[in-house]
Design a protein. Sequence first.
Length: 401
Amino acid sequence: MTAVMPAGVATARDLVGPAMAAAVARLSPEVRTVAAYHLGLAGPNGHATANGGAAHGGQPAITVPPPADGRSAGSPPADGRSAGSPPADGRSAGWPPADGRLAGSPPAGGAKPGGSGKALRPALALLSARAALAAPERGVPAAVAVELVHNFSLLHDDIMDEDRERRHRPTAWTVYGVGAAILAGDAMLALAQEILLEDKAPQGLWAARCLSAAVQRLIAGQGSDLAFERRDDVTLAECQEMAGDKTAALMACACSIGAIYVGAPPAVAMGLAGFGAHAGLAFQLTDDLLGIWGSPAVTGKPVRSDLRARKKSLPVVAALAGGTPAAGELCTLLRQEGPLSEDDLARAAGLVEEAGGKDWTENEAAAQLAAAHRCLADTPMPDDVRAEFAGVAEFITARQW
């Protein structure tokens, strides 16, 4: 069973797609090419696509440097639509399929999925604007900014982890080189702040500060994640703190930045941030389960990718902290020299489960989800918006492995 995004959130995504394409078009040509490819707006040769792949017809979605076929960049496609127009099925360019599937999951016809992401964080930003009784359109700049920052982190993360595949196609650094991918990430980070600060009202500055604080925590979490690779004594508390910084901080920002941008009362913004922090931890816990037991069709990465990289993910650290014979065997296996074989990886996954790492992670994800729901209940907002936030929280923990 594939996780399905709540219908109201899927509708909200359509407001952000054109704005994302317009934002990326502001980047310098060389950087724009890399960013558009990473976001699923263009193929590796610079041809603009919809949802990142031929599975959806390859319709132009963003102006990129000149294509190899001689047409000028941004010229109309062969089917007569204007350049930059949405796909024929009404979706915004670069965003998930219209049938409700999670982006990256296999299309119904079995074609290889495209390169766009889940668009989860911008959808949350628009919901937070609605929580402050504003029209979702008013939160679009904040939604674009948080999605740019998220993708800045993914570009750099792929380089640091030496990941060669994301969203079922080669990562940007393997296509364009490390330097070009770093610059594209840097450009998206700077552009995010620029977009927020273009609003002359104080709320634009407050939103920019909120995003900057989240980025600082994200970087701190990434630094801890890298440091953990060189340590054998990582505690579960340290691992949870790292997850809070690396993932939950930006999720908390996404859940509150739209409200901040439209001038919400502090109680609303803080309540939404608390919801996002707990939902973000639940998201990371689920992601760590997927990193060991997830199907490549769901994750877009090779099976047992986190074990292959010997990541100190939450299930692994929880298993190692158990002090059981299985934990001892797992520790020995992960310390051995050289790459782990497929048999080693299968055994390691079994040991993590035997030592209690999988159960602990599932239980902790459920606890964080419950805490997120409590924050929602305590925060003043319209009932329909509260229900949509709750639906997103359920969605992000319902991904199958």
